[in-house]
Design a binder for this molecule. Sequence first.
Ligand SMILES: Nc1ncnc2c1ncn2[C@@H]1O[C@H](COP(=O)(O)OP(=O)(O)OP(=O)(O)O)[C@@H](O)[C@H]1O
Length: 806
Amino acid sequence: MAKKTAKKKTTTKAKPKAKVKRPTFTMTSQQKLVLGSFFIITGLLLFISFLSFVFTGKEDQSVLTNFPERSTEYKNWASQLGAWVSEFFITKGFGLSSFIFSGLITLSGVYIAFSLTKAKLRKHWIWGTLIMIWLSILLGFFTHKFDMLGGTIGYEMNLFFQDYIGKIGTILLLLFGFVTYLAIRFKVTGESLVNFFKRTKQNLKDDFKSDETPPQPAVNIDNSLTEEAEAIKSAFEVPLKNTETPKSKKNSKPKETVEGITMEVSEKPKEETVETPELQVEVETVEEEKSETDNLADKLVEDFGLFDPTLELNKYQFPPLDLLKKYPNEGISIDQDELEENKNKIVETLNNYKIGISSIKATIGPTVTLYEIVPDAGVRISKIKNLEDDIALSLAALGIRIIAPIPGKGTIGIEVPNKNSTIVSMRSVIASQKFQKSEMQLPIAFGKTISNETFVVDLAKMPHLLMAGATGQGKSVGLNAVLTSLLYKKHPAEVKFVLVDPKKVELTLFNKIERHYLAKLPDSEEAIITDNTKVINTLNSLCIEMDNRYEMLKNAFCRNIAEYNAKFKARKLNPNDGHAFLPYIVLVVDEFADLIMTAGKEVETPIARLAQLARAIGIHLIIATQRPSVNVITGIIKANFPARIAFRVTSKIDSRTILDGSGADQLIGRGDMLYTQGNELIRIQCAFVDTPEVEKITEFIGSQKAYPDAHLLPEYVGEEGGTNLDVDISDRDKLFREAAEIIVTSQQGSASLLQRKLKLGYNRAGRIIDQLEAAGIVGSFEGSKARQVLVPDLVALDQLLENEQQ
Ligand SMILES: Nc1ncnc2c1ncn2[C@@H]1O[C@H](COP(=O)(O)OP(=O)(O)OP(=O)(O)O)[C@@H](O)[C@H]1O
């Protein structure tokens, strides 16, 4: 019982002890800088005083004995204070070794100001103080002649030792101190000392020897010796450097080198051993065998140069930068008051939640400033994350976003909108080096990041983009920025746009560049698609284009459009075999929600198909929507659009639908956006391009020589095209006869042959085959085998078709 109570007592006693928190004092970076500078200045002042004391100490001494007065004149460069401290440290203290003290004070200042490791500073202080004492005792031997050498302390300590162990004893004791210092500080060993002396002796000998001795083979030095050499090297860095000998000398004394004396050899011993013949592997490069076509291609390239897709419009001029507007106050101005005010607000708010801050850093962007916070040690980031909403509320400003923690940094970010935001002009991002020098396939300059860097991404890498945002938040401007970027970087031969604009207003300006940059269905008048049924046809046509391109890539043994085009430019692909230079195709759909609501699956299926497969063959989709609800951005669409942009949306749910997380609901609008390509979110101020600017650009391009027509997409005959066509001769496909001839000449009844030769889509080719079957030209479907061709030659075909007419 008694034991128990005793136990209890001890535990109850122990508890409050554990609870007691030692107050931790952490300084902000600014405080550190102030304190650090104070130490540096003090250290320098001490140094100046000491130095001056060496020359003026004698003269000042008489004055120093008196009580200090303001009028008294001092010779010391730091006047009265300098004379007093120097007298204290040098005469009464440690003599000349007091200089070490001034050095240590300055060093401390540097460590504090730049937040360097404290452990190292502690080491400097311990060793510095020991050296100071040691030196002052040593100099104490001479203090009776020059009293400032060892100072009173050094002199007295020297005398103290002399009284007990005599002069020699004191000298030996100091020597012992020196050796201990070398051993501990520089890890010097007896062996390394012996080696060092041997080496010095050897070098001296070498210096006296003539250079006539013929060079001898190099000798390996084992690792243990090299290690020792390293140890001495670190201990005696300076002497070693001085004794470095030229290479010829090193090699001239094999015996000595075997003993492990020649340090220099260890620097590159391996290179020398590699010279042994067994180790050298000769790699024979086998010349790739060239095929017949390769030889022909080389000859063509030799004669005509690489194929130039831009040749037809070789006079085409890219729009000049001047067409884009300059804004007067574009540079970022730093408002110190605002920064200070926001900082205080953040610190106060976090303090209210008992979250201490050890440092805070601001990065000013065009519309938003990022305050990066390092919380006090022990504050859990999850706590801040849980308080996200409350903190945003307390800061009471629209557009605050908290990132806890900033990925990869472990700090917490609070983004606060600037009172005066600056416009990021399209001109500034287009003119940036990053954009101008980019080697990307489809570079897009979206705007500027929070650290005011131009943000350029490659659409080809995305490979499709989903854009969402409530009305009036900058979506249309964003789309224009994308199109403008491409217009400034890509020749009309290299990229084609398919524009879908149900609103009928946003993209109409691009009509002017129809014959340069737009692609359309063969029978349509307008290149910009505003009608929903036409959209379905266009999307299916793009699917056909995709299938065709895959076929072309397959035949050319290429994995992607870049490889294919490179091969085509090198004239390795014959246009007579159906090959052609492939421009990138960018499909832009504005108001995707509208489309999905009216056409549903009919649109979703081809879009999903394109999104899944089109990346390799250069078709890229940009889809914009006002309503980012789940029935518009369905799972299948989302899964295929890893790159997403969110302008401001009205609810957290919308934000989740686009970005898989909140954040877009906390944006400030007017082009403030979040970009993700699957991982982190990047906040960007979208570049602003106004309608008149776009108009000027399209006019400039439109006024130049153009292609005869817009780029034609493959024809797509809708499902309503009917399956009975095959029976009725008059309703046969326009290409029926041509197809029949191809099939008969090649004696191969396959749809893919027609696809390839006639550049048709799978559906149309299939339909023609059905018609050929009905006409008795090919046999019936036989599973995976090609159909049988029932007509032996072209003459028989002519006869058959003529008979049909009668
Ligand atoms: N990047 C930007 N920088 C500055 N202001 C912008 C920016 N983007 C948009 N704005 C401002 O916001 C207005 C609306 O932009 P925009 O027309 O692009 O919105 P929207 O999202 O397309 O709207 P809606 O869906 O109704 O067409 C612009 O007229 C402009 O004043």
